[in-house]
Write a protein that binds this ligand. Structure first.
Ligand code: 5GP
Length: 195
C-alpha cells in the first residue's frame, strides 16, 4: 500500500452517493507534506515526458497542482469555472458536468496561457466520471498543445472516467484507485497497482 492509500484509509470517510470525503488532508484542509510526496511521485512517473506546463481546474486541483509544479519547475494554469460568461478576449471554452455539484459549468482558459508549443501535464484531485478531465483535454486540443499525461490523486475505479481516459491512449497515473467502498461499513478497497 502506498502513502496516499494509507492516508485515505486513516482519514478518508465514505459518504452515501459514492462520495469519498478527504477534506481533512486533500481538498479543504491541505496536508502540504503529503502534497509534496504526491509531487515527488508524479515526477518519478512522468520522468521521460517533456513537460513545460501544468493544467488543472479550480478549485480543489489548484493546491496539488502548485506543489506538483515545484517538482517540474513549470508554471500552473488553472481553468476557471463560470456559470455563464461574457467572453472577453481570446478564450478556450469547454463544457464540464460536475460530479459533486450536479450541474454544468463552462471552464475557460485564456488563449495567451496555452498554445501549440506547450506540453501539458494535467493534474486533478479526483477522477470519477471523467467529465472534468475531458473538458481539460478539450481545452488542450483547442490550443493545439500536447497532453503529455494526466496525474490524479484519487481515482474511483468503479466509475467510468479512468477507462474512458485510458482508451484515449493518454498516460493516466492515479496514485490511489478505489475499487470498492461501502458507506455503511466505511470499508475502502484499492486496486493493486504494479510498481
Ligand atoms: P468527474 O468529472 O471525473 O466526474 O469528477 C471529477 C471532479 O469531481 C473532481 O475534480 C472532484 O472535485 C470531484 N469529485 C468526484 N468524485 C469525488 C469524490 O468522491 N469525493 C470528492 N471529494 N470529490 C469528488
Amino acid at each position: 500500500m502506498n502513502f496516499l492509500e494509507e492516508r485515505i484509509l486513516k482519514d478518508g470517510i465514505v459518504k452515501d452517493g459514492n462520495v469519498l470525503k478527504v477534506d481533512s488532508f486533500l481538498n479543504h484542509q491541505m496536508d502540504i507534506a503529503l502534497f509534496n510526496e504526491i509531487g515527488k511521485e508524479f515526477k518519478k512517473r512522468f520522468k521521460g515526458n517533456k513537460i513545460n506546463k501544468i493544467l488543472t481546474i479550480e478549485a480543489s486541483g489548484i493546491g496539488i497542482a502548485c506543489i506538483v509544479a515545484q517538482h517540474f519547475d513549470v508554471p500552473v494554469v488553472f481553468a476557471k469555472k463560470a456559470k455563464s460568461i461574457n467572453l472577453e478576449g481570446e478564450m478556450y471554452v469547454a463544457e464540464v458536468e460536475s460530479f459533486t455539484h450536479n450541474c454544468k459549468n463552462q471552464v475557460i482558459v485564456a488563449q495567451k496561457f496555452l498554445g501549440e508549443k506547450d506540453h501539458v501535464l494535467i493534474i486533478d484531485d479526483f477522477l470519477a466520471n471523467g467529465c472534468a478531465l475531458q473538458g481539460l483535454i478539450q481545452i488542450v486540443q483547442s490550443a493545439k498543445a500536447t497532453v503529455e499525461g494526466i496525474g490524479i490523486a484519487v481515482e474511483k475505479g468503479f466509475q467510468p472516467g479512468g477507462r474512458i481516459i485510458r482508451n484515449l491512449g493518454i498516460q493516466l497515473e492515479s496514485l490511489a484507485i478505489v475499487e470498492r467502498m461501502d458507506s455503511t461499513t466505511g470499508e475502502i478497497e484499492f486496486r493493486v497497482q504494479e510498481g
